[in-house]
Design a protein around this ligand. Structure first.
Ligand code: BTN
Length: 245
């Protein structure tokens, strides 16, 4: 299916949500050169100048497949595999779906849910060399990591293809393959993390992900299931403290 290609939008998720609400088919892709109000998880701003790959994918999972809560890891694995396929770079996944390279964030994913659709908004820093303003996490781009300008089209095609391969596995009873692939790519599991979720903030060891892709964190004698929120990877450093998720 041909992507819907736009120059500037507020957010590709806005356009994809509208199309999804008016019945566009699963697999619809909305791509833009720039976003004036790109958004990230937890209400954060997402810097979306020219040079990055900013796009949204529409899914229509049937409720009986129980896949909605797992989509977050599906698109994380698909995106990481697509990036590695096109650039040969190693990608690490921070729970739930941030893509990292050598301690810097190269891509992020925002899922938004409607009555019978899910939109996955995927943002990959591709050809940027610098960013304005202070970023919560140090960013990097594929150009900075490879030393070469990267073409957007083959990257888009690879990420969409790998994401739908993983999606079909999740739908057809092969969720374990997706979960194992996420575990393999994880830079979260086995580490001490600071978890910020609404009304709660604590430190613990990231043990595993459960059947639905939630993160299991051991704190004291308890294992807490983290369904939403923010996870900071830690080498206990000064100034590492809870903030509102
Ligand atoms: C995050 O890491 O917080 C998620 C970032 C998601 C950014 C992408 S860019 C395409 C789509 N449109 C948006 O406004 N956000 C997502």
């Amino acid at each position: 299916m041909e992507p819907v290609v736009l120059d500037e939008v507020t957010s590709t998720n806005d356009v994809a949500r509208e199309l999804a609400g008016s019945g566009c088919p699963e697999g619809t892709v909305v791509l833009a050169a720039r976003q004036s109000r790109g958004r990230g998880r937890l209400g954060r701003h997402w810097a979306s100048d020219q040079g990055g790959l900013w796009f949204s994918l529409v899914f229509r999972p049937a409720p009986e497949h129980g896949v909605v809560s797992r989509l977050s890891l599906v698109s994380a694995v698909g995106s990481a595999e697509g990036v590695t396929e096109t650039t040969q770079l190693r990608v690490g996944l921070k729970w739930p779906n941030d893509l990292y390279m050598k301690g810097k964030k190269v891509a992020g994913i925002l899922h938004e849910l409607g009555r019978d659709w899910v939109v996955a908004g995927i943002g990959i820093n591709v050809n940027q060399l610098s960013w304005d303003g202070e970023m919560a996490v140090p960013p990097t781009s594929l150009r900075l990591e490879t030393g070469r300008r990267q073409a957007l089209e083959p990257l888009l095609a690879a990420v969409v293809r790998r994401t739908f391969v993983r999606y079909r596995q999740a739908l057809s009873g092969d969720w374990a393959l997706v979960r194992d692939a996420w575990r393999e790519l994880s830079i979260t599991l086995g580490h001490v993390v600071l978890v910020s979720m609404p009304g709660q903030c604590f430190e613990g060891e990231a043990l595993d992900i459960d059947e639905d892709g939630n993160l299991l964190v051991k704190t004291g004698d308890e294992v807490v299931t983290v369904m939403a929120g923010d996870v900071t990877l830690a080498r206990r450093k000064a100034g590492w403290q809870c903030r509102d998720a």
